[in-house]
Write a protein that binds this ligand. Structure first.
Ligand code: GUN
Length: 283
Protein backbone atom coordinates (compact mmCIF):
# COMPACT_ATOMS: atom_id res chain seq x y z
CA UNK A 1 0.00 0.00 0.00
CA UNK A 2 1.36 3.38 -1.09
CA UNK A 3 2.02 6.39 1.10
CA UNK A 4 -0.92 8.75 0.66
CA UNK A 5 0.25 12.29 -0.08
CA UNK A 6 -1.83 14.49 2.19
CA UNK A 7 -2.51 17.66 0.21
CA UNK A 8 -4.92 18.95 2.79
CA UNK A 9 -2.33 18.87 5.57
CA UNK A 10 0.41 20.38 3.43
CA UNK A 11 -1.99 23.09 2.22
CA UNK A 12 -2.86 23.94 5.84
CA UNK A 13 0.83 24.13 6.76
CA UNK A 14 1.67 26.46 3.86
CA UNK A 15 -1.46 28.58 4.41
CA UNK A 16 -0.42 29.16 8.04
CA UNK A 17 2.93 30.51 6.82
CA UNK A 18 1.18 32.65 4.21
CA UNK A 19 -1.16 34.06 6.84
CA UNK A 20 1.80 35.23 8.95
CA UNK A 21 3.49 36.86 5.97
CA UNK A 22 0.23 38.49 4.84
CA UNK A 23 -0.13 40.03 8.32
CA UNK A 24 3.46 41.28 8.08
CA UNK A 25 2.73 42.85 4.70
CA UNK A 26 -0.48 44.47 5.94
CA UNK A 27 1.40 46.01 8.86
CA UNK A 28 4.25 47.36 6.80
CA UNK A 29 2.19 48.52 3.81
CA UNK A 30 -0.67 49.89 5.91
CA UNK A 31 -3.14 48.23 3.54
CA UNK A 32 -4.44 44.80 2.70
CA UNK A 33 -3.26 42.66 -0.16
CA UNK A 34 -5.99 42.71 -2.85
CA UNK A 35 -6.91 39.91 -5.26
CA UNK A 36 -9.41 40.54 -8.06
CA UNK A 37 -11.37 37.48 -9.13
CA UNK A 38 -13.28 37.68 -12.40
CA UNK A 39 -15.93 35.08 -13.20
CA UNK A 40 -17.87 35.20 -16.46
CA UNK A 41 -21.08 33.20 -16.80
CA UNK A 42 -22.64 30.35 -14.87
CA UNK A 43 -20.25 27.40 -15.21
CA UNK A 44 -21.04 25.51 -12.02
CA UNK A 45 -17.54 24.09 -11.47
CA UNK A 46 -16.08 27.58 -11.93
CA UNK A 47 -18.58 28.98 -9.44
CA UNK A 48 -17.42 26.47 -6.84
CA UNK A 49 -13.72 27.18 -7.54
CA UNK A 50 -14.26 30.94 -7.30
CA UNK A 51 -16.24 30.63 -4.07
CA UNK A 52 -13.43 28.53 -2.58
CA UNK A 53 -10.77 31.00 -3.73
CA UNK A 54 -12.63 33.91 -2.11
CA UNK A 55 -13.07 31.96 1.12
CA UNK A 56 -9.37 31.04 1.17
CA UNK A 57 -8.42 34.72 0.73
CA UNK A 58 -10.48 35.67 3.77
CA UNK A 59 -8.85 32.95 5.84
CA UNK A 60 -5.35 34.32 5.29
CA UNK A 61 -6.26 38.02 5.43
CA UNK A 62 -6.18 38.83 1.70
CA UNK A 63 -9.00 41.10 0.52
CA UNK A 64 -10.82 39.70 -2.49
CA UNK A 65 -12.69 41.76 -5.04
CA UNK A 66 -15.12 39.57 -6.95
CA UNK A 67 -16.51 40.55 -10.34
CA UNK A 68 -19.36 38.47 -11.73
CA UNK A 69 -20.05 39.19 -15.39
CA UNK A 70 -23.01 37.79 -17.37
CA UNK A 71 -22.26 34.97 -19.84
CA UNK A 72 -23.06 37.24 -22.81
CA UNK A 73 -20.72 40.05 -21.72
CA UNK A 74 -18.99 41.62 -24.74
CA UNK A 75 -15.24 41.19 -25.05
CA UNK A 76 -14.77 44.96 -24.85
CA UNK A 77 -16.41 45.07 -21.43
CA UNK A 78 -14.27 42.22 -20.06
CA UNK A 79 -11.15 43.86 -21.49
CA UNK A 80 -12.19 47.19 -19.98
CA UNK A 81 -12.58 45.67 -16.53
CA UNK A 82 -9.18 43.97 -16.69
CA UNK A 83 -7.52 47.19 -17.89
CA UNK A 84 -9.09 49.04 -14.97
CA UNK A 85 -7.89 46.42 -12.46
CA UNK A 86 -4.43 46.55 -14.03
CA UNK A 87 -4.19 50.21 -13.01
CA UNK A 88 -5.77 49.88 -9.60
CA UNK A 89 -3.27 50.13 -6.72
CA UNK A 90 -5.56 48.20 -4.36
CA UNK A 91 -5.25 45.17 -6.62
CA UNK A 92 -2.07 43.08 -6.34
CA UNK A 93 -3.30 40.11 -8.33
CA UNK A 94 -5.85 39.51 -11.08
CA UNK A 95 -7.41 36.16 -11.78
CA UNK A 96 -9.77 35.46 -14.66
CA UNK A 97 -11.44 32.12 -14.03
CA UNK A 98 -11.21 29.82 -17.05
CA UNK A 99 -12.80 28.58 -19.21
CA UNK A 100 -14.47 31.70 -20.55
CA UNK A 101 -17.69 31.35 -22.57
CA UNK A 102 -17.16 30.41 -26.25
CA UNK A 103 -17.61 33.89 -27.72
CA UNK A 104 -14.78 35.36 -25.65
CA UNK A 105 -11.10 35.27 -26.57
CA UNK A 106 -9.22 34.34 -23.42
CA UNK A 107 -5.83 35.18 -24.93
CA UNK A 108 -6.96 38.75 -25.53
CA UNK A 109 -8.20 39.06 -21.94
CA UNK A 110 -5.16 37.40 -20.33
CA UNK A 111 -2.77 39.60 -22.29
CA UNK A 112 -4.21 42.63 -20.48
CA UNK A 113 -3.14 41.31 -17.08
CA UNK A 114 0.21 42.92 -16.22
CA UNK A 115 2.90 40.30 -15.65
CA UNK A 116 3.40 41.40 -12.05
CA UNK A 117 -0.32 40.91 -11.28
CA UNK A 118 -0.59 37.57 -13.12
CA UNK A 119 -1.06 35.34 -10.09
CA UNK A 120 -2.15 32.39 -12.28
CA UNK A 121 1.05 32.46 -14.31
CA UNK A 122 -0.98 32.38 -17.56
CA UNK A 123 0.46 35.48 -19.26
CA UNK A 124 2.69 34.86 -22.28
CA UNK A 125 5.62 36.49 -20.46
CA UNK A 126 5.31 34.23 -17.41
CA UNK A 127 4.85 31.14 -19.59
CA UNK A 128 7.96 32.15 -21.56
CA UNK A 129 9.97 32.68 -18.41
CA UNK A 130 8.88 29.28 -17.09
CA UNK A 131 10.12 27.66 -20.31
CA UNK A 132 13.43 29.45 -19.89
CA UNK A 133 13.76 28.28 -16.29
CA UNK A 134 13.56 31.87 -15.00
CA UNK A 135 11.95 33.10 -11.82
CA UNK A 136 8.26 33.78 -12.56
CA UNK A 137 4.69 33.38 -11.44
CA UNK A 138 3.87 29.68 -11.91
CA UNK A 139 0.45 28.15 -12.68
CA UNK A 140 -1.05 27.15 -9.35
CA UNK A 141 -1.92 23.48 -9.86
CA UNK A 142 1.44 22.31 -11.23
CA UNK A 143 3.21 24.52 -8.70
CA UNK A 144 1.25 22.77 -5.95
CA UNK A 145 2.27 19.39 -7.33
CA UNK A 146 5.96 20.38 -7.15
CA UNK A 147 5.49 21.45 -3.51
CA UNK A 148 4.01 18.03 -2.74
CA UNK A 149 6.94 16.19 -4.35
CA UNK A 150 9.34 18.39 -2.39
CA UNK A 151 7.54 17.88 0.92
CA UNK A 152 7.61 14.10 0.57
CA UNK A 153 11.29 14.07 -0.49
CA UNK A 154 10.47 12.62 -3.90
CA UNK A 155 13.49 12.91 -6.17
CA UNK A 156 12.85 14.20 -9.71
CA UNK A 157 16.44 14.42 -10.98
CA UNK A 158 17.03 11.87 -13.71
CA UNK A 159 13.61 10.31 -13.15
CA UNK A 160 11.25 9.51 -15.99
CA UNK A 161 8.14 11.66 -15.60
CA UNK A 162 5.06 11.19 -17.73
CA UNK A 163 2.43 13.94 -17.82
CA UNK A 164 -0.89 12.80 -19.25
CA UNK A 165 -2.69 15.87 -20.59
CA UNK A 166 -1.38 18.91 -22.47
CA UNK A 167 -3.55 21.78 -21.28
CA UNK A 168 -2.11 25.26 -20.92
CA UNK A 169 -3.30 25.33 -17.29
CA UNK A 170 -1.85 22.02 -16.06
CA UNK A 171 -0.15 19.67 -18.54
CA UNK A 172 2.28 22.04 -20.25
CA UNK A 173 3.46 24.00 -17.18
CA UNK A 174 3.67 20.72 -15.21
CA UNK A 175 5.98 19.25 -17.85
CA UNK A 176 8.13 22.40 -17.79
CA UNK A 177 8.46 22.36 -13.99
CA UNK A 178 9.47 18.70 -14.02
CA UNK A 179 11.96 19.39 -16.81
CA UNK A 180 13.38 22.35 -14.86
CA UNK A 181 13.71 19.93 -11.91
CA UNK A 182 15.87 17.63 -14.07
CA UNK A 183 13.32 14.93 -14.83
CA UNK A 184 13.16 13.31 -18.26
CA UNK A 185 9.69 14.32 -19.34
CA UNK A 186 7.16 12.85 -21.75
CA UNK A 187 3.85 14.57 -22.43
CA UNK A 188 1.02 12.28 -23.50
CA UNK A 189 -2.36 13.33 -24.87
CA UNK A 190 -5.44 12.07 -26.69
CA UNK A 191 -3.50 11.29 -29.90
CA UNK A 192 -0.65 9.44 -28.16
CA UNK A 193 -0.09 5.93 -29.47
CA UNK A 194 0.44 3.18 -26.91
CA UNK A 195 -0.43 5.36 -23.93
CA UNK A 196 -0.20 2.34 -21.64
CA UNK A 197 3.42 1.61 -22.51
CA UNK A 198 4.39 5.29 -22.09
CA UNK A 199 2.76 5.37 -18.65
CA UNK A 200 4.15 2.08 -17.43
CA UNK A 201 7.69 3.39 -18.01
CA UNK A 202 7.13 6.36 -15.68
CA UNK A 203 8.80 6.79 -12.29
CA UNK A 204 6.49 9.77 -11.74
CA UNK A 205 3.12 10.01 -13.46
CA UNK A 206 0.89 13.08 -13.40
CA UNK A 207 -2.66 12.50 -14.62
CA UNK A 208 -4.46 15.60 -15.87
CA UNK A 209 -6.92 14.19 -18.37
CA UNK A 210 -10.35 14.95 -16.94
CA UNK A 211 -11.68 11.39 -17.30
CA UNK A 212 -12.80 9.42 -14.25
CA UNK A 213 -10.50 6.50 -13.31
CA UNK A 214 -8.74 6.69 -16.69
CA UNK A 215 -5.35 5.56 -15.35
CA UNK A 216 -5.57 1.93 -14.29
CA UNK A 217 -3.16 -0.33 -12.38
CA UNK A 218 -1.86 -2.00 -15.56
CA UNK A 219 -0.56 1.41 -16.70
CA UNK A 220 1.53 1.89 -13.56
CA UNK A 221 5.05 0.69 -12.86
CA UNK A 222 5.56 -1.02 -9.52
CA UNK A 223 6.73 1.65 -7.03
CA UNK A 224 5.89 4.68 -9.23
CA UNK A 225 4.76 8.02 -7.80
CA UNK A 226 1.20 8.82 -8.91
CA UNK A 227 -0.16 12.37 -8.89
CA UNK A 228 -3.83 12.75 -9.71
CA UNK A 229 -4.94 16.19 -10.88
CA UNK A 230 -8.41 14.97 -11.95
CA UNK A 231 -11.61 16.19 -10.39
CA UNK A 232 -14.48 14.15 -11.82
CA UNK A 233 -17.72 12.46 -10.80
CA UNK A 234 -17.94 8.68 -11.13
CA UNK A 235 -21.03 6.72 -12.25
CA UNK A 236 -22.64 7.15 -8.84
CA UNK A 237 -21.90 10.89 -8.71
CA UNK A 238 -19.05 10.53 -6.23
CA UNK A 239 -16.00 12.80 -6.56
CA UNK A 240 -13.08 10.91 -8.13
CA UNK A 241 -9.81 11.57 -9.90
CA UNK A 242 -8.30 10.50 -13.22
CA UNK A 243 -6.65 7.55 -11.47
CA UNK A 244 -8.38 4.35 -10.38
CA UNK A 245 -7.23 4.91 -6.81
CA UNK A 246 -8.40 1.60 -5.30
CA UNK A 247 -6.34 -0.63 -7.61
CA UNK A 248 -3.41 1.73 -8.25
CA UNK A 249 -2.69 2.41 -4.56
CA UNK A 250 -1.46 -1.15 -4.03
CA UNK A 251 1.07 -0.93 -6.81
CA UNK A 252 2.66 2.51 -6.46
CA UNK A 253 4.91 4.03 -3.77
CA UNK A 254 3.11 7.38 -3.36
CA UNK A 255 -0.31 8.52 -4.48
CA UNK A 256 -2.47 11.63 -4.11
CA UNK A 257 -6.12 11.03 -3.17
CA UNK A 258 -9.14 12.83 -4.66
CA UNK A 259 -10.41 14.77 -2.82
CA UNK A 260 -7.67 15.89 -0.40
CA UNK A 261 -4.70 15.69 -2.74
CA UNK A 262 -3.82 18.23 -5.40
CA UNK A 263 -7.07 20.23 -5.03
CA UNK A 264 -6.26 22.05 -1.76
CA UNK A 265 -2.77 22.84 -3.07
CA UNK A 266 -4.04 24.78 -6.11
CA UNK A 267 -5.73 27.49 -4.06
CA UNK A 268 -2.82 27.55 -1.63
CA UNK A 269 -0.40 28.37 -4.43
CA UNK A 270 -2.77 31.06 -5.68
CA UNK A 271 -2.56 32.68 -2.24
CA UNK A 272 1.19 32.26 -2.31
CA UNK A 273 1.51 33.86 -5.78
CA UNK A 274 -0.70 36.74 -4.61
CA UNK A 275 1.48 37.27 -1.54
CA UNK A 276 4.65 37.26 -3.65
CA UNK A 277 3.11 39.72 -6.14
CA UNK A 278 2.32 42.10 -3.26
CA UNK A 279 5.68 41.70 -1.49
CA UNK A 280 7.55 42.32 -4.74
CA UNK A 281 6.10 45.82 -4.96
CA UNK A 282 6.71 46.70 -1.33
CA UNK A 283 10.50 46.73 -1.47
N1 GUN B 1 -9.70 26.93 -14.35
C1 GUN B 1 -9.24 25.73 -13.94
N2 GUN B 1 -8.14 25.89 -13.17
C2 GUN B 1 -7.90 27.21 -13.13
C3 GUN B 1 -6.89 27.99 -12.47
O1 GUN B 1 -5.97 27.51 -11.80
N3 GUN B 1 -7.00 29.33 -12.65
C4 GUN B 1 -7.97 29.91 -13.41
N4 GUN B 1 -7.99 31.23 -13.54
N5 GUN B 1 -8.91 29.21 -14.02
C5 GUN B 1 -8.87 27.87 -13.86
Amino acid sequence: MAIIIDGKALAAEIRAEIKTRVAGYTNRAGKKIGLAVVLVGENSASQVYVRNKIKACEEVGVKSYAFYLPSDVPQSELNGLIAELANDDKINGILVQLPLPEHLDSEQALKLIPTDKDVDGFSPENVGKLCMGKNCSVACTPYGVMKMLEKYGIETKGKKAVVVGRSDIVGKPMAMLLLNADATVTICHSKTKNLGSECVAADIIVAAVGKPKFITADMIKEGAVVIDVGMNRDESGKLCGDVDFETVKDKCSYITPVPGGVGPMTITMLLYNTLIAAERNLH
